[in-house]
Design a binder for this molecule. Structure first.
Ligand SMILES: *Cc1c(COP(=O)(O)O)cnc(C)c1O
Length: 334
């Protein structure tokens, strides 16, 4: 049982079958029918003109930012944003794009007044502010729909584009019980990770206008992301979106159950208000030796990432019973 992340999910039996049977061609020549099908289907499904299949969410974000911004441009984002904090500074290193991070509120939103204050005037001293990048879900939290509408109004007023790091956007749509298009419609571009809770082994999507995706496709080649017979991956990727979304509801219920059970343990404090999808953070009292507990658990083939707060992620490959086992084993080693 691995509670570190939903990236640890293995491809489903159906995916392995689709991988074995996928029609393939050289995707750099545009000849892979399975990649083409995924890209066309995904564009339509999410309300965009075009889509690009990428090797990872990090690459999709990098291409997404670089296709919006030139050298010396800047994007606004949250301090907690994955594409600021956890992508090795790629936009700055490879795109010469300056990030302008702003603190996230506890619910994951960023105050529009703070964003407005960070927009640079047109003056040769400053980078050119081009883009607002949001993330949904962010640390497992769902951005309110009203906030997305306000953010759209805000970027339109200020002549900015708006990108969504939607690595877990399906977790957001499932939690809100709305179609993913309702979230996507506010954005000029969006990424989706197929390789997290949705179980595909590899792959993400970048979505946007035809012109934007054409630019991103060139950039993908530039960073070495042009793949050849990638249909074996795209075949699994399509099943991620057509077969695995339902599972997220179960993952979310399991996360709530885990949160409740953890709160019964002494020294574990979960703010249940923020357990909205498949991620649970627990603050630990000083009395809890989490490294020792992790070591005990690992001897029993249970993997957690020690830390304070500690993060647990539910997914297709951990069941309700696994969660009960985890909590019992933690209780036994307290
Ligand atoms: C995981 C993740 C990414 C990056 O995806 P990789 O496929 O791991 O590169 C981007 N954004 C968010 C919010 C993520 O959780």
């Amino acid at each position: 049982m691995d509670f570190r992340s939903d990236t640890v999910t293995r491809p489903t039996p159906k995916m392995r079958e689709a991988i074995a049977n996928a029609l393939v061609g050289d995707d750099v020549y545009g000849d892979d029918p399975t990649v083409n099908d995924l890209e066309q289907w995904a564009a339509q499904r999410h309300g965009f003109e075009a889509a690009l299949f990428t090797s990872s969410g990090t690459q999709a974000n990098l291409l997404g930012l670089m296709a919006h911004c030139e050298r010396g441009d800047e994007y606004l984002c949250g301090q907690q944003a994955h594409n600021y904090k956890y992508e090795a500074g790629g936009a700055a290193v490879l795109g010469s794009i300056q990030p302008q991070p702003i603190e996230n509120n506890p619910d994951g939103t960023i105050d529009l007044s703070k964003l407005a204050a960070a927009i640079k005037p047109d003056d040769s001293h400053f980078a050119r502010t081009r883009l607002l990048s949001l993330e949904n879900t962010i640390n497992g939290k769902v951005l309110p729909m009203s906030y997305l509408a306000e953010a759209r109004k805000f970027v339109d007023q200020h002549g900015l584009k708006m990108h969504l790091d939607g690595a877990r956007v399906y977790n957001a749509s499932v939690a809100l019980d709305i179609d993913v298009k309702e979230i996507a419609k506010h954005f000029d571009s969006m990424t989706i990770c197929l390789s997290k809770g949705l179980c595909a082994p590899i792959g993400s999507l970048l979505l946007g206008s035809k012109e934007y995706i054409a630019k991103a496709r060139r950039l993908r080649k530039m960073v070495g992301g042009g793949m050849r017979q990638a249909g074996i991956l795209a075949a699994a990727g399509k099943l991620a979106l057509t077969e695995q979304v339902e599972q997220l509801k179960v993952d979310h219920e399991n996360a709530k159950h885990l949160a409740t059970r953890l709160n019964e343990l002494s020294g574990f404090n979960v703010n249940a208000e923020f357990v909205q999808t498949n991620i649970v953070f627990a603050k630990l009292d000083d009395s809890v030796d989490i490294s020792g507990i992790a070591e005990q658990l690992s001897k029993q083939d249970i993997i957690i990432s020690p830390g304070n707060p500690i993060r647990f992620v539910t997914h297709n490959d951990v069941s309700r019973q696994d969660i009960d086992t985890l909590v019992e084993k933690i209780a036994a080693s307290l």
